[in-house]
Design a protein around this ligand. Structure first.
Ligand code: 5GP
Length: 177
């Protein structure tokens, strides 16, 4: 594929469907963390749009935002479970309530690594919010405390998710034809 070639994208989850679900997740998270300070930890780059919308769906002032970058070794569409932190959090999370915000849990290997790593930093709690889950590919059973959508075993793009760094800016989630 050349950079100028345009492939058809079949819509899987519309902009409206995503917006409605993000509002519901935000309301649920706000109710669960009422009276507590919450640190949203976005996993770069795929979660950047989801986190931006989710943060605005959680009312109140006790919401902090931080990011970390992960690189997973493997080919373009399959993770190996060997994960490297390419950019770490800017602040310690000891004693904090942490909610990891991820784009998609596929095999679960990436999240298993990250959640184990974060727990060694002694936060008050660590939970996971993932926009998407592909249960058919699970290798590790990762409890997803807040889940947007369960999807079939398809390689999806858009709303932050890429194929070769492209398509992240699509306002919906789709599949390349
Ligand atoms: P896991 O370790 O759970 O297999 O993989 C998680 C990571 O693989 C996600 O954070 C994402 O970066 C990537 N990934 C898994 N499935 C998809 C997909 O369908 N589309 C895109 N763009 N990335 C995916």
């Amino acid at each position: 594929m050349t950079m100028t070639e345009t492939r058809q994208v079949k819509e899987l989850l519309s902009r409206d469907q995503i917006a409605r679900r993000v509002q519901e997740l935000g309301a649920q998270i706000a109710a669960d963390y009422q009276g507590k300070e919450l640190v949203l930890v976005g996993v770069l780059k795929g979660s950047f749009l989801f986190l931006a919308d989710l943060a605005r769906a959680i009312p109140g002032t006790d919401v902090l935002v931080d990011f970390l970058g992960l690189a997973s070794y493997g080919d373009a569409t399959r993770s190996s479970g060997v994960v490297q932190i390419t950019a770490d959090l800017t602040k310690p999370i000891e004693g904090k309530h942490v909610l990891v915000v991820e784009d998609i849990v596929d095999t679960g290997l990436t999240m298993e690594y990250l959640l184990d790593n974060l727990k060694t930093r002694h936060p008050a709690s660590v939970k996971l919010c993932s926009l998407l889950h592909k249960p058919s590919r699970s290798v590790k059973q990762i409890p997803i405390d807040y889940l947007g959508f369960t999807i079939p075993d398809l390689f999806v793009i858009g709303y932050g998710l890429d194929y070769a760094q492209r398509y992240r800016n699509l306002p919906y989630i789709g599949v390349l034809e």
